[in-house]
Structure formats: C-alpha cells, structure tokens
Design a binder for this molecule. Structure first.
Ligand SMILES: Nc1nc2c(c(=O)[nH]1)N[C@H]1C(S)=C(S)[C@@H](COP(=O)(O)OP(=O)(O)OC[C@H]3O[C@@H](n4cnc5c(=O)[nH]c(N)nc54)[C@H](O)[C@@H]3O)O[C@H]1N2
Ligand SMILES: Nc1nc2c(c(=O)[nH]1)N[C@H]1C(S)=C(S)[C@@H](COP(=O)(O)OP(=O)(O)OC[C@H]3O[C@@H](n4cnc5c(=O)[nH]c(N)nc54)[C@H](O)[C@@H]3O)O[C@H]1N2
Ligand SMILES: [Mo]
Length: 758
C-alpha cells in the first residue's frame, strides 16, 4: 500500500526558484525571437497591452515585470513562430486531426487563412473572406434567428463584444452564452440577487487595508499569479489569510517573490495562510454556516459580558433584510451536521471563525471551487451572509472578491453579451439603433446544449474559445453537433471544436491582442475590463502572424453586414474603420459607467466603472442587501454511498483552460502526463488499488447514461476522504449536462459523483 511518503506534491513556495525555472524554460525557448520577448516588457503597463491570460487587476504603478510565468506563456503562445496553413490542412484530414491531442492541435501554430470545411474531401480548404461572409450571411438569413447561438469566450475586447451582442439582437435573438456561463455565472446571479451588483465589490486598493482574507476554492498560484504579490504584502503587514480548499495549493501556503533578489538569494518565503482547511468538495455551505454559528456565539458572549457587539447591528438594521430567518437557521443547525457535511472538525471551523470575529475588515475571495457546484448559488449567497453579518461590504478594506477568469470575461457581460435581456439596457439600444430588440430569454450554455441534443439548433457561431472541450457531457454533444446547418469558428489556433462541423462550416482566423490592427482609420486600440471593474486601453505593436488575418471587430462586422438588411443607423464599415466610434456607442449605451471613455481609457490602473453595492446602494428586489437561507448544508444532490466518490476537475499551471501548454504541473509535482487520477492513500487502499495502476472512472449519476474515461494513472495525493481529482478538460465526459448549479445553471465541474473501476 502507498504510505504518506509516496504522496505527490510540491513542498516549495509558490513564486520563488520554481517560478524562475518555469519562466526561464519559457524564455529560453524564445531566445531567437526578440520581438516576441520585447512584448513582455509592455505587458499590463499603462499604454502597453493587456495580458490575455487572467483577469487580475493591473496596478497603476506596475512592477518592472508586471507579468507572471503564465502571462508570459500566454503572450508567447499567441506570438509563436509556428503556422497552421492551408498546406497543413491539405496534408491532414479532419478525421485524422480528431485523433490528435489538445496540445498537439494548438501546437501546430497560428491559423493563417480563412478556411471552409469541404465535406467531400474531409479537408479544410482556403477560401476568400468575401466568400466566407457571403456564405455565412446567406445561411443565417435562411434560418430562424431563435435557432442560432452566438457563443463567446471571454477574451474578445469590449469593442468586439459590444458589436457581437448588437449583431445578435439586430438579427433577432438573445442566445449569447459565453464562457462565463461555465465559470462565474453563479456570481452574476447570486451577487445580483443578494447585493444588487453582479460583480465583485472589492478593488485592488482594498487589499492594502484588510485585516483578514478568506479564500474559498480559488487557486491563486496557478490561476492569478500576480495576486501573489498583494497577497504577500498583506500578510507581511499582519493581515490573516484563512483558506478552505480540498487541495493544498502552494500559492496559498507560502510565497517567495521571484522579483525580489534578497528573498530569492536567502530562499526566504512568506507563509501565506495562517490556517488551511481541507474541506470536503461541496462542503462549503456547511463551513460557512459553522463560521456564522461561531460569530453568533461570539456575539452572545461579547454582548452578555461587555455590552459590545460583534455583529454590525447598525448595518444589519439599516441595510439588510432577512437576517432573522438566517440567524434562526444557523442557530438551529447542529455542529454534528456541519462536521459531517464539511469534513472538518468543529474546533477547526471555530478557529477560522475566530479570525473572522477579530478582524475589523475582511475580504471574501473565491473561485471555481464555489461557483462550479450544484449548490453554487447557495455557496455564494451564504458567503454574502457571512460578510453582511459584520458589515464587510461597502467599506474600504472589505468586500466580495470573485476572481474572474478570462481577461475580458467580465467586460463582455458589461457591454451586452448576455442571454438575460433584463440585464441589458434594451431601451437605449432601441433608441440608438431604431429597432425592436428581442425581449425573450436567450440560451445559456446548458440550455443551448439541451436544444442541440434535441436537434433544435441550426447555427453556432463561436467568437473564440473551445466550446466542445469546455462543456460537460461533451461526447453526447459532439455526436449531435454535425446535424447543425452552419458552424462558424473565429479563432487564433486550431482546437477540437474546429473538427466537429455543421453542414456548412468556416474557420476564420483573427489577430491576437498584441498584433497591430490596421483599419481604414489607422491603427486601432482596444479595451478590456479587469476583475475589479477597471477599464484599460490596450495598444498592439507586434507584426500580425499572417497578412490574411482580420481583427475580431472586422470579422463580426463582416458577417453582420452580410446577414442583415442595410439600416441607416447601423454602420458596420464605419465602426470597423475606427473603433473610437464603437467606444462612442458603448458610452451612449452605458453613460454612467463609460462617460468620457476615450479620454479615460489610459488612466493608470484603469478607470473604475463603479459598483453600487460598494456605495451601499442595493439594486435588489427589496432595495436592501439580502440575507438568504441555503436550501441545504449538502453540496451534492446525490447522497454519498459506498464506492461513490466526489470528483474535482482541476487546472494545472501548464494550461490555460483547454489550451495545454505542456504536461508539467509543477505545483502538484505531476509531470509527463495529464491522464491521472489523484487519490489519497487511504482511498487507494480502500478501493483495492495501487499507486501507478491504470483505472477507469465512470459516472455515477442517476440518469442512466454511461459516462467513462479510461487510461488514468492512480497518483497518491493529499486529499480529503471520499474525493478524487483530475484534470479539466480530459475528465469533462464525466460531468453530466444536468449536473449544474440550481440558481444559475453553471455546470458543476466540482464534486461530480463517480466511481472507479480497475
Ligand atoms: N494558468 C491558468 N490561469 C487561469 C486559467 C487556467 O486554466 N490556467 N483559467 C482562467 C479561468 S477562465 C478561470 S475561471 C480561473 C479559474 O481559477 P480558479 O477559480 O482557481 O479555478 P480552478 O482551478 O478550477 O479551481 C479552484 C480551486 O477550487 C478548489 N476546489 C475544488 N472543489 C472545491 C470545493 O468544493 N470547495 C472549495 N472550497 N474549494 C474547492 C480546487 O482545489 C482549486 O484549488 O483561472 C483563470 N486563470
Ligand atoms: N470540467 C471542467 N470544465 C470547465 C471548467 C472546469 O474547471 N472544469 N472551467 C470552465 C471555465 S471557468 C471556462 S472559462 C471555460 C472555458 O471555455 P472557453 O473559453 O471556450 O475555452 P478556452 O480554452 O479558453 O479557449 C481556447 C481557444 O480560444 C481560441 N482563442 C485564443 N485566443 C483567442 C483570441 O484572442 N480570439 C479568438 N477569437 N480566439 C482565441 C483559440 O483557438 C483556443 O484554442 O471552460 C469551462 N469548463
Ligand atoms: Mo473561467
């Protein structure tokens, strides 16, 4: 049997020499490409370009190198010298390419020419842009707009996103799912309902003033590494960090600043979390109710003994509703139930609760560990309850801080990519463009897939992304995909989604954010919004990968123009020629947030578009911040049973979503393969397995559908009992489409019920 010493893991700090080695490896490969390397010095700087990796904030006073290992990888990945040309496609049929791995597909390099899929030969062949636009336009005109889906991955600029959403509405639908539907949709729904603002309330500055930070299910070291700096600084000035995560993530354990020669030379590290609790997957509501219970106990004691409140009673009284119901639920909940559902001891939860009680100012941080759960809404809403108890929203140094993923995913929602018409200022659109916008709810990711399975979708346009790898139940949806009349992919690199095609299919290559975008009106600037609702201009200086590329704005406008009847208020060519005109439209549609857009877009640190909840103005149904009562303590809809395990799908630090940079997960000590299942030694023994054994994971949901992934190597890993972990997207076939958050329909990629067979 495996013993503890076999357990794989990384015991060094995040950052530090590991990160320097990681970075050196990345840079060494690029030493003959000074133009690409020179881009790194411009990354995330005012008047530079905004990184296409994560959405973390860009400080007004950046570090000399305001990029991390992953940001560098993302930039250099975009600027690869490799090319995926028509000659490449002449050599390889699409059927052959379907057998390639994600890594190998993207590794071919940048797409260089517009391509049409030829069913007769099963190859992609070069076509002209005019042909592509005309054919796509003709197809879209022939179908019912309600049966078309316009997907977006969260990278495209505010300018492109605004036009894409406008195109959908002029055409006649709100079917605008974006990657956010698989990500922080839970946030958009739960924060909107409880505090009236669908995004985080904290800004970068708050991290300099908080006394405590709580982390639930966010992996800082891999997924938002630039956060490690403010995090380390906060700890150094005495801020306490408490983490709840089934996996010991090194970035939340300790950090050495790779840009600090002293720390590097002395190998000194800063311990980040003062408490690290390995909660059971799906156990977070139970934890938070336990924390709330401790706060109430502290309140009772403090009031009885000193007539001093622990709760912010004035805030609760003036600003909130529903506290009494929540309090009653918390008091009525037994510790035994909390311990069982969270997998943690009462003493551990109380110790964490005490940090919260003692802190005057707390920030609540979270990521996919809370949002991608069947009880995701309750996770976020219960977290809000906890913050509201002590008035931790709407004061400096406090707030809710969901860490967003894609570099402009939040911005896309801000400028109209939303399937929910009530979140879009339709009156302004009606006025500006003199048309009747569709007011019915559009498809989100889950309902789009459901209709696809029923054969009720005719067209799918994809503005970036890799939909067929990112979604749950992907094998079933792949099988239904070719029944569609039209599929269009706007992309930079080849991926699996480009290999499953509708009857008419185009693959259209676009510029990346670092590449010069020359239009009739000269070189263009684009803008993005970071996780703290700050808007930044981004200037490109690198030579495009191919002279045949078009910008995303030009492609969206080209398709729109070919689809829609001419309209005096709609000027696709003019907007493409000068993106400042699109920014004017954004400003006219959202005047409160985007006034003086053109003048403010290079404000160092970005300009803040504001957040009502931060001002304690509550745009909720009740006009107050709302306490809510969770449906249940449990994070699963399927009861635990012998042999049933909760699967967590994870990212490595060598991937960006479905883009696989390599096979090293430095932080978790796994290298050479992603086909692994991580299990704790006790579970390995219990299942009668051994380290290195190759196993199959099968789905254990109750819908009778066979789901399985074979060929996974057992790796002993420090995890709570009853759960296993492995990589996204390899394990996506195990996530049922109907396994999603009740409140927002965000697919629940964490705590998925499965079994292991040898
Ligand atoms: N390098 C890199 N950076 C990225 C990305 C990438 O793929 N690679 N992706 C980007 C995108 S789009 C996004 S959305 C973000 C995602 O960034 P994160 O929000 O960090 O997402 P994940 O890595 O999926 O999972 C987060 C953490 O949740 C923990 N977790 C799992 N289940 C539970 C649970 O039940 N409870 C708790 N408390 N924790 C749990 C996992 O152990 C993991 O540490 O990162 C962005 N940045
Ligand atoms: N099991 C499981 N599933 C998950 C998750 C999970 O944690 N577990 N996470 C979910 C989350 S948080 C997200 S955000 C989704 C991600 O889903 P997506 O956003 O759809 O996927 P990505 O992998 O980010 O998309 C990568 C592709 O985008 C294209 N691309 C890259 N840059 C550009 C560009 O500048 N323009 C254009 N047009 N195209 C570009 C390239 O062709 C590349 O292959 O996956 C979700 N799926
Ligand atoms: Mo995401």
């Amino acid at each position: 049997m495996a013993d503890r010493d076999d357990v794989v893991g990384y015991d060094g700090p995040a950052g530090g020499w590991g990160s320097v080695k990681g970075m050196s490896k990345v840079l060494a490969k690029e030493r003959n490409r000074p133009a690409a390397l020179a881009q790194l010095a411009r990354q995330n700087k005012p008047k530079g370009f905004m990184c296409t990796s994560c959405a973390w904030g860009k400080p007004a006073e950046p570090h000399p190198f305001e990029f991390c290992e992953n940001g560098a990888k993302a930039t250099l990945w975009d600027l690869t010298p490799n090319r995926c040309t028509p000659e490449f496609f002449a050599k390889h049929s699409v059927t052959e390419l379907k057998t390639w791995k994600d890594f190998d597909l993207e590794h071919v390099g940048r797409l260089t020419h517009p391509l049409r899929y030829d069913h007769a030969t099963d190859h992609y062949i070069e076509c002209s842009w005019d042909e592509a636009f005309a054919a796509i336009g003709a197809e879209l005109r022939a179908i019912d707009p309600k049966k078309a889906i316009f997907y977006a991955s969260g990278r495209a600029s505010l300018e492109t996103s605004y036009l894409y959403a406008l195109f959908a509405r002029l055409y006649g639908h709100n079917n605008l799912p974006d990657s956010s539907n698989m990500c922080h949709e839970t946030t958009s729904v739960a924060l909107k309902k409880t505090i009236g603002a669908p995004v985080g309330t904290s800004i970068l500055d708050d991290f300099e003033h908080c006394d405590a930070m709580f982390f639930f299910g966010q992996n800082t070291g891999s997924n938002s590494p630039r956060f490690l700096h403010p995090l380390r600084d906060a700890v150094k000035r005495g801020c306490k960090v408490v983490t709840f995560n089934p996996v010991k993530e090194p970035g939340l354990v300790a950090f050495t600043d790779p840009q600090n020669p002293f720390e590097m030379a002395t190998r000194s590290e800063t311990k980040i979390s003062c408490q690290y609790h390995q909660v059971k997957p799906g156990g977070d509501v139970a934890v938070m109710i336990g924390l709330a219970k401790h706060v109430l106990a502290a309140e009772d004691k403090s009031w009885a003994e000193h007539k001093v409140h622990v709760l912010d009673v004035d805030f609760i009284e003036q600003h909130t509703t529903g506290f009494a119901e929540f309090e009653a639920m918390v008091r009525a909940t037994d510790w035994a139930d909390i311990e069982r559902e969270s997998g943690l001891s009462r003493a551990d939860i109380e110790a964490a609760g005490q940090v919260y009680v003692e802190a005057d100012r707390t920030i609540g941080i979270y990521g996919m560990g809370l949002t991608q759960q069947v009880n995701g809404f309750d996770n976020v809403a219960t977290y809000v309850n906890l913050l509201l108890m002590k008035g931790n929203i709407g004061r400096v140094g406090t707030g809710m801080s969901p860490v967003r993923g894609h570099s402009n995913v939040q911005g896309q929602r801000t400028v109209g990519i939303s399937e929910k018409p009530e979140l879009v200022p339709m009156d302004r659109l009606r006025e500006l463009f003199d048309f009747e916008p569709p007011m019915d709810h559009g498809h989100n990711t889950v309902t789009a897939c459901e209709d696809l399975l029923k054969g009720e979708i005719d067209a799918f346009l994809s503005l970036g992304g890799n939909f067929l790898r990112a979604i749950p139940d992907l094998e079933r949806i792949e099988a239904a995909w070719p029944s569609m009349r039209l599929t269009v992919q706007i992309a930079t690199k080849l991926n699996r989604s480009h290999l499953i095609n509708g009857k008419v299919a185009y693959l259209l290559p676009c510029l990346v954010r670092t590449e010069v975008d020359k239009q009739a009106g000269g070189e263009q600037i684009v803008t993005i919004e970071d996780t703290f609702s700050h808007i930044h201009g981004s200037i490109a200086t690198h030579e495009p990968a191919s002279e045949h590329l078009k910008s995303e704005v030009a492609i969206v406008a080209g398709i729109a123009k070919a689809t829609l009847d001419p309209h005096p208020k709609v000027d696709w060519d003019g907007w493409t020629g000068d993106y400042a005109k699109v920014r004017k439209l954004i400003e006219a549609t959202y005047p409160e947030e985007f006034h003086d857009f053109e003048e403010r877009m290079f404000t160092p640190g970005g300009f803040y578009r504001g957040n009502s909840a931060r001002e304690r103005v509550w745009k909720t149904e009740s006009g107050k911040a709302e306490f809510t009562v969770p449906r249940s303590l449990s994070g699963t809809d399927i009861p635990d049973a012998p042999g049933r395990l909760r699967l967590v799908t994870l990212r490595s630090n060598d991937q960006f979503n479905t883009t696989i940079y390599g096979y090293d997960d430095r932080f978790r000590g796994i290298s050479g393969t992603r086909d692994v299942v991580l299990m704790n030694p006790k579970e390995i023994e219990k299942a009668g397995l051994h380290k290195g054994q190759v196993v199959t994971i099968v789905g254990d949901s109750d819908d009778g559908i066979d789901r399985r992934v074979a060929g996974l190597k057992v790796v002993p890993f420090d995890l709570p009992d009853g759960c296993i972990a492995g990589y996204y997207p390899e394990l996506n076939p195990l996530v049922p489409l109907n396994w999603h958050d009740h409140g927002s329909q965000t697919p629940a990629a964490k705590a998925v019920p499965v079994r292991i067979v040898a």
